[in-house]
Each structure stands twice: as structure tokens, then as C-alpha cells.
Design a protein around this ligand. Structure first.
Ligand code: TYD
Ligand code: MG
Length: 454
């Protein structure tokens, strides 16, 4: 049946659809959310691929549960973030800013997998010669690694059908287009449609597919955000492009825990794994200087120590400046307000700068205390005591609140040779029997600052 094709504009926020494009959605009032979609009259949505099994409701007790077979990439930091390798027949998205190292990491992983099974790497961004040159640098010259420079959806799916690889990389999803849609590659409609097609292919043929998605700050390219609910796994590649360390973080994982992180260093021969991130993040830490402290964070199952720096300086202009890197800006401003109101440290006439060393990004409340102590230390110009680390969430009344994983944090603190640790009083219960370290519980920020500073 030949269905008639029609273009409509759908708001990505509220789902309102209209035959005409508008800059502002007339229903929810959001700007720039109307995206082009193609619909088929008479036939509903575009005809889906035949699904493998007829779906009949099954009692939950009778569902057979097999361990999903997994494809190990051979890069242990990557495998751990994936939750123990890539699940066969799953679709993953790896997103990050351009130049962060997505293509590099995936080409390295492909080369390792290609020793055992065929791998197809589809590039829409670089030429075959460029990939080959990079491959040489990364020692990725394996004959089961197939490279294809193609951006048309149909040809890519054909190639997958012919080659039957175990793993397919699409670098990047924003360059792939379906000629049936009128919109340009990278638009919401294209990106969504192509992702849907890859999803069906992955599931029905039991092939793992990894999509690369660029995060673009100005939003000109449809961001990977709209894909997050469609794919099984979302990995974010982050870090400072100008520094050599990179963090790979699972923000969604249907087959493993989220917030698991892997750490890499960009070298001349590609990305190398960093098995001991805390030691790297703490290297070069100033001794005995004010405005720096070591906070114990927990990323997924992994404790990580990082240096947090605070700098407080007299404001030259009327309004005080605040910046933060590695800690959410709003959280940082809130912590400064708590420090002022509950800790009695008046920052109104001072600029305050907060920085997590090494380009690491934390969204965990347990590093609150680190921010508070680093800023207080700079303001009071008193260094943090030697061999002291800390962690704890700070509440609006200046109280320290319990955080999860206190034992793991303390273990990492000890492993890196720290002798003292300041943490919320409420965590004391879970730290019974911890020896060889001076435990310094505190119930509010004033107490914590007193315990932490010289
Ligand atoms: P790339 O993987 O192309 O980034 P993305 O795919 O996320 O856009 O990485 C690009 C950067 O990595 C580039 O600036 C050069 C650097 N690089 C190295 O330092 N060493 C290497 O071995 C490779 C391959 C790249
Ligand atoms: Mg790339």
C-alpha cells in the first residue's frame, strides 16, 4: 500500500503538531522546539521492520532470564562503564564535545574486538585515508576491521546486512540521513528516524551498535539529548579538551549501573587507561597552601579523590564575581551563601572562584564539604591540615548530612596515604571498626572547618 507522505512540525517539548512551522510553540510557549517530522497518511507511522517475536503477555514469574551475552571491548575502563562489556543486540550512544576523543576511543576498541569478530566502522566525518592514518597511529591495522565512509541510511543498513559484524560504529549519528525525509542531516527528524532504524536493526539482528553524538553548545545540530530515551546506554565523554585527561561516564544504562566512570589519558598513540584516577588527580597538589583540599567523591561504585581549590579575592567592582569549574554553578553559589549565613564567612565583597583540578566534573553532593572548606581556607588564609581528606553533603542550615558509601570513601582515603578524614557525624555508624585513620566526625560546617584547617 502506497501511503501518502506528509510533513508536519512537532514540538519536541510538548508533542503539539501543526502543519506549519513556528518559532515558538503555541501550546507550551517554548522557543525553537518545532521539529520537522514525516508522517504517512492512512498507514500511521512509517512501517516498522517485522519484529522477531509475537508479543503475548507473560506472567513475570515465567519469563526466562538468561544473562545477556556481552562483547568485551578489551579496554577495561570502557568495559566497566558499559557494565561489563557491550550487550549483544544493544544500542549505545557515546556523546561528547567535538575533539574530545570519541572517534579515537572507538577505533581503539574496534581494533581490539576485530581480533575476534568482524567490526564495521562507518564514518561520515572523516575520509578513509584519514581513518587509516589514525589507525596506524593507534595500531588498529586488523583485517577484520572494516571501514566505510557513508552517510546514507539505506546503504549503511545494507552493508550491515552483508557483513554481519558483531559491532557497528556510526560516527556520527548527526551525519547520517534518510533520503525519505526532506530535512537536512543533523535535524531532529533525521537523527530520530535514523536512530530508530538502527535500534530495530540492533534488536532484530542481535548486533551491537554504537552511535557517536556530538554535543554542540549552540544547538545548531540536534543534540544527543533527544536520543537518550531511545537508546539502551548513554555514555558521556567529558573532560577539558586542552588537558590530557578524559572521563567516560555512563549516564544511562539498561544493562548496568550508571555513574560508573572510566578515566583515560590522551597520548601520542591514542587513549590510554588510567587505572588509578585518584593518584593522577592529586599529583602536583600544593603542600601547605591555603585554598586547597582533598574531597572523596564516589562515582558509581568507584571512590575518587580530587583536589578542590577555592580562591577568594577582594572584589574590584561593585558586584562580586563567582565562577565554578567541575562543580555545578548554582550549587556552588548556594554553598557560598550557606558559608556566609551559617559559617559567618562574609563573602559579599569578595570574588570567589572554585575549581576541581584535572577537568573532572562532579555532580555528587558529597563534595559540598570540599567546596566549603576550600573557600573557607582561602578566605581565612589557613591551609588545610596535612594528610587530611573530607566528604559530606551540606544542608541549608549548614548541617552535614550523611552520604552513601562512607566506607568505600574512607578506604580510598587510606589507600592514598591520608591519615585524617572529616565527614558527617551521621556516617559514624557505618564506619565501625575502621582503623589506622583518625576519624573526625562533624555535625555542621563550622565544626568541620575547625577540624580541617590548621
Ligand atoms: P577525536 O577522536 O577525533 O575526537 P572526536 O571524535 O570526539 O571529535 O580526537 C581528536 C583529538 O585527539 C585531536 O585533537 C588529536 C587528539 N589525538 C591525540 O592526541 N593522539 C592520538 O593518538 C589521536 C588519534 C588523537
Ligand atoms: Mg570524531
Amino acid at each position: 500500500m502506497a501511503n501518502k507522505k506528509k510533513t508536519v512540525y512537532v514540538c519536541t517539548e510538548c508533542g503539539y503538531d501543526s502543519p506549519k512551522w513556528a518559532g515558538k510553540c503555541p501550546v507550551c510557549g517554548q522557543w525553537n522546539t518545532m521539529a520537522e517530522e514525516t508522517v504517512y497518511e492512512g498507514g500511521g507511522a512509517k512501517k516498522a521492520q517485522p519484529s522477531a517475536a509475537k508479543a503475548a503477555p507473560t506472567p513475570i514469574t515465567e519469563i526466562s532470564r538468561e544473562e545477556e551475552p556481552r562483547l568485551m571491548t578489551g579496554i577495561s575502563e570502557l568495559d566497566r562503564v558499559l557494565g561489563g562489556g557491550m550487550v549483544k543486540g544493544s544500542l549505545a550512544l557515546i556523546s561528547g564535545e567535538p575533539g574530545i576523543g570519541k572517534s579515537t576511543l572507538l577505533l581503539q576498541a574496534c581494533a581490539l574486538i576485530a581480533r575476534k569478530a568482524p567490526v564495521l566502522y562507518v564514518t561520515g566525518e572523516e575520509s578513509l585515508a584519514q581513518i587509516s592514518m589514525r589507525g596506524e597511529r593507534l595500531a588498529a591495522q586488523t583485517d577484520k576491521l572494516f571501514i566505510m565512509a557513508e552517510t546514507e541510511l539505506g546503504s549503511i543498513l545494507d552493508a550491515i546486512t552483508r557483513q554481519e559484524p558483531a559491532l557497528v560504529i556510526i560516527d556520527s549519528i548527526q551525519t547520517v540521513y534518510d533520503p525519505e525525509l526532506t530535512s537536512v542531516p543533523g535535524s531532529v527528524a533525521q537523527v530520530r528516524d535514523c536512530t530508530m532504524a538502527f535500534m530495530q536493526y540492533a534488536k532484530s539482528r542481535n548486533i551491537s551498535i554504537m552511535l557517536v553524538g556530538h554535543i554542540n553548545k549552540d544547538g545548531a545540530i540536534a543534540g544527543p539529548k533527544i536520543l537518550e530515551h531511545m537508546v539502551d546506554t548513554v555514555l558521556n565523554f567529558e573532560g577539558d579538551r586542552h588537558a590530557s585527561y578524559r572521563m567516560l561516564r555512563a549516564v544511562k544504562n539498561r544493562f548496568g549501573s550508571t555513574n560508573e566512570i572510566g578515566m583515560f589519558e590522551m597520548t601520542d598513540s591514542g587513549l590510554s587507561e588510567v587505572p588509578n584516577p585518584s593518584a593522577v588527580l592529586l599529583a602536583g597538589r600544593p603542600e601547605n597552601s591555603s585554598g586547597s583540599c582533598v574531597a572523596a567523591a564516589l562515582e558509581g561504585t568507584r571512590p575518587i579523590l580530587a583536589e578542590i581549590q577555592g580562591l577568594v579575592a577582594k572584589s574590584a567592582y561593585g558586584s562580586a564575581r563567582r565562577t565554578s569549574a567541575g562543580v555545578d554553578y548554582n550549587r556552588a553559589v548556594l554553598l557560598l551563601a550557606i558559608l556566609e549565613k551559617r559559617g559567618g564567612i562574609m563573602l559579599g565583597a569578595f570574588d570567589a572562584y572554585i575549581n576541581v583540578v584535572g577537568g573532572m566534573n562532579f555532580d555528587e553532593p558529597a563534595i559540598d564539604l570540599g567546596v566549603i572548606v576550600a573557600v573557607a581556607s582561602s578566605y581565612l588564609d589557613r591551609p588545610v591540615r596535612r594528610d587530611l581528606a573530607l566528604f559530606g553533603e551540606v544542608g541549608l542550615s549548614g548541617e552535614l548530612r550523611a552520604v552513601s558509601g562512607a566506607r568505600q570513601r574512607i578506604a580510598e582515603v587510606q589507600r592514598l596515604g591520608f591519615k585524617k578524614c572529616v565527614f558527617p557525624q551521621a556516617c559514624m555508624g557505618s564506619l565501625k571498626g575502621v582503623g589506622d585513620i583518625e576519624l573526625l566526625p562533624a555535625s555542621n560546617i563550622t565544626e568541620a572547618i575547625r577540624l580541617a584547617l590548621e
